[in-house]
Design a binder for this molecule. Structure first.
Ligand code: AMP
Ligand code: ZN
Length: 137
């Protein structure tokens, strides 16, 4: 599966260069060109799936296994102090490249924060309704 207008499909096919840290039949791990921190990289499936909803469950599992492997290796090599694994779905969620990818972001003590949000407050009634609606039956 490939989308002719997709930059990550072109990178996966080797038509656009990337700094590739790992490659197997299903994935490439490439360095992000606009890194949020030193070493920020991306796990990208070779086939085009726009987001988590399109990604087959089996590949989702393999991506997370690879994330563990890469995070462990990168933490050792970079001697970073923490690690974020993130993934955006949809423009409103911050997705800018519509080919599924997992962000691997090494974190360092004293570096500027990269993830912040303001906590919301919902009433107990709303929280109970949400819990009911969201429960997987
Ligand atoms: P997202 O906003 O979650 O869709 O993340 C897209 C990421 O892709 C951003 O962090 C970009 O810096 C990164 N990116 C865009 N173009 C390239 C490219 N040609 N090579 C590597 N990373 C890229
Ligand atoms: Zn693509």
């Amino acid at each position: 599966m490939r989308d002719e207008n997709c930059i990550f499909c072109k990178i996966m096919a080797g038509e656009i260069p990337s700094r590739t840290l790992f490659e197997d039949d299903d994935f490439k791990v490439i360095m992000d060109v606009g890194p949020a921190a030193k070493g920020h990289s991306l796990i990208v499936p070779k086939q085009h799936y726009a987001d988590i909803y399109e990604l087959p469950s089996e590949l989702a599992g393999e991506a997370m296994k690879l994330a563990k492997r890469m995070a462990t290796h990168m933490t050792t090599v970079l001697n970073c102090d923490g690690f974020n694994i993130m993934q955006n779905n949809g423009e409103v969620a911050g997705q800018t490249v519509f080919h599924y990818h997992l962000h691997l972001v090494p974190r360092y003590k004293d570096a500027a924060p990269i993830l912040t949000w303001t906590q919301n407050h919902f009433s107990d009634e709303e929280m109970d309704e949400l819990a009911e609606k969201l429960s997987v039956k």
